[in-house]
Design a protein around this ligand. Structure first.
Ligand SMILES: *Cc1c(COP(=O)(O)O)cnc(C)c1O
Length: 394
C-alpha cells in the first residue's frame, strides 16, 4: 500500500487530481490545429491570472529560473545596469544570474526578513540622472523568508524613471493578488509548480509592450528563450520547437479551476489558511521570519525556531517518521527556520494535518511546545475568526 500525504513545501505544490488527468494525454501533432485548441485557453487564462492589460503571454518549457533568464536576455545588453534589492535566497539568485550574464547590478543590501525598501529604490533611481539603470528587479514573494514586497509601491517609487520593471512572482502568482497592468509591471515571471498547481516544467511570463519594444535593441544572446521566435510561432498557432503539450493542457485546466473558484476567493482562501498558520505559530511562542505583519506572505511562512533548536532537524524527522514534507531554511537562515508552504491545492483541514505533524515533530525533538496548542489556535480561527474577518470585510 502506498500512502501519500499532502506536501507543505513552498513549491512544488499539491496537484489536484483533475489537473494530473489533464496532463495525461495522448500524443497530438503540435503543428496541427489540435495544439492551438490546447494552447489558446491556457494563454487566455494566464492573462487573467496575471491581471494583464496589453502585452503577451510567453510559455516556455523550463522553470521559473529559466523565466528569469528569458526576461533579462530578451531585453538587456551586456554592461547594462539593473537595480535590485537582496533580502533572501531568491532575490540573491536573480542578482547572481544577472552578474553571470555580464550585467552590472546595483544591489540594495537589505536584512533577511525585510522586503524591498521603497525609499532606497526611489533614491537610487532619483540619483540616476543619466538613466543608466535599464531595469528594476523585484521579488514579489521571497520564498526563503516568507516576505511579500509591495510591488505597486515600487512602481510608484520608480516615478518617471524609464527603467523596465521585472517582477519574480513565482511563489505569489495564482495565490496572492497580482495586477500586472495596475502595477505597471513589464515582465512578470511565474512557474507551473506553485500557484498554478502543476508539476514543474513551464516558465510562464507576461510581457508588456514596453518589454517587447526593448527586444529590438537588446544584445544579450538568446536562442531557446527568444521571445521573438516564440511570438512569431504563437501567431501561427504553434511553437518554434516541440511544446510539452500535456503540461500545457494541464495549465489550461488549472487556470479554469482558478477561474471557477474565482480569483478573489482563491486569494481569500490562501489568506485564511496562512492566517491560521500564523495563529498556530504564535500559540507555539514562535514568530515568522518576516519582520512585520504587512510583510507576511500568504503562500509560505518561515518559522523562526527556538534558540538551541535546528529547523532542519524538524524537516528531516517529519519526512522520515511521518512522511510529510516541510521546507528547510536556506542560506543565511539555514537551521534557524523551517518553512511551511501553504499554497496551491490546499484546504483548512489539510493545513491542520500539517500543523499537527509539525507539533508531533517538535514534541519528538523536545522543543518547548504544548502538543495541540497550535492546532487549537488554527482550528479556532478556521471555525470562527475567518468568518468574522469575512463579515468585517463585507
Ligand atoms: C521557486 C522560486 C523560484 C525558482 O523557480 P524554479 O521553478 O525552481 O526555477 C524563483 N523565485 C521564487 C520566488 C521562487 O519561489
Amino acid at each position: 500500500m502506498s500512502f501519500q500525504n499532502p506536501v507543505f513545501i513552498p513549491g512544488p505544490t499539491n496537484i489536484p487530481e483533475s489537473v494530473r488527468k489533464a496532463c495525461d494525454m495522448p500524443t497530438i501533432d503540435h503543428r496541427s490545429p489540435a495544439f492551438a485548441r490546447v494552447f489558446k485557453p491556457a494563454v487566455a487564462g494566464v492573462k487573467k491570472v496575471l491581471g494583464m492589460g496589453e502585452g503577451e503571454v510567453i510559455i516556455l518549457p523550463s522553470t521559473g529560473t529559466g523565466g528569469w533568464e528569458a526576461a533579462i536576455s530578451n531585453t538587456l545588453s551586456p554592461g547594462d545596469t539593473v537595480l535590485a534589492a537582496r533580502f533572501g535566497m531568491f532575490s540573491h539568485r536573480w542578482i547572481d544570474m544577472c552578474q553571470r550574464h555580464g550585467l552590472n547590478v546595483e544591489i540594495i543590501e537589505t536584512p533577511w526578513g525585510q522586503g524591498a525598501p521603497l525609499d532606497k529604490i526611489a533614491a537610487a533611481l532619483k540619483a540616476d540622472k543619466g538613466h543608466k539603470i535599464k531595469a528594476v528587479l523585484a521579488t514579489h514573494n521571497e520564498t526563503a523568508t516568507g516576505v511579500r514586497s509591495d510591488i505597486g509601491g515600487i512602481r510608484v517609487a520608480m516615478g518617471d524613471h524609464p527603467a523596465l520593471f521585472f517582477v519574480d512572482g513565482v511563489s505569489s502568482i495564482g495565490s496572492m493578488p497580482f495586477d500586472m497592468a495596475a502595477w505597471g509591471v513589464d515582465i512578470a515571471v511565474a512557474g507551473s509548480q506553485k500557484g498554478f498547481m502543476l508539476p514543474a516544467g513551464l516558465a510562464i511570463l507576461g510581457i508588456s509592450p514596453k518589454a517587447i519594444a526593448a527586444m529590438e535593441t537588446a544584445k544579450l544572446p538568446r536562442t531557446f528563450f527568444d521571445f521573438k521566435d516564440m511570438l512569431k510561432s504563437y501567431a501561427a498557432g504553434g511553437f518554434p520547437y516541440t511544446p510539452p503539450v500535456g503540461l500545457i493542457n494541464g495549465l489550461a485546466h488549472a487556470v479554469q479551476l482558478l477561474e471557477d473558484e474565482g480569483l478573489e476567493a482563491v486569494y481569500a482562501r490562501h489568506h485564511r489558511i496562512a492566517e491560521g498558520v500564523r495563529r498556530a505559530i504564535a500559540a507555539w511562542g514562535m514568530v515568522p521570519c518576516a519582520a512585520s505583519p504587512e510583510l507576511y506572505s500568504d503562500t509560505v511562512t518561515a518559522v523562526v525556531v527556538p534558540a538551541g533548536c535546528n529547523g532542519t532537524d524538524l524537516v528531516q524527522l517529519s519526512a522520515s517518521k511521518y512522511g510529510v514534507a516541510f521546507g528547510v531554511g536556506l542560506g543565511e537562515v539555514a537551521g534557524k527556520v523551517f518553512r511551511i508552504g501553504h499554497l496551491g491545492s490546499l484546504t483548512d483541514v489539510m493545513m491542520l494535518s500539517g500543523l499537527a505533524t509539525a507539533e508531533m515533530c517538535m514534541a519528538d525533538l523536545g522543543w518547548p511546545i504544548t502538543l495541540g496548542s497550535g492546532v487549537a489556535a488554527a482550528q479556532d480561527y478556521y471555525r470562527n475568526g475567518a468568518k468574522e474577518a469575512a463579515k468585517a470585510a463585507a
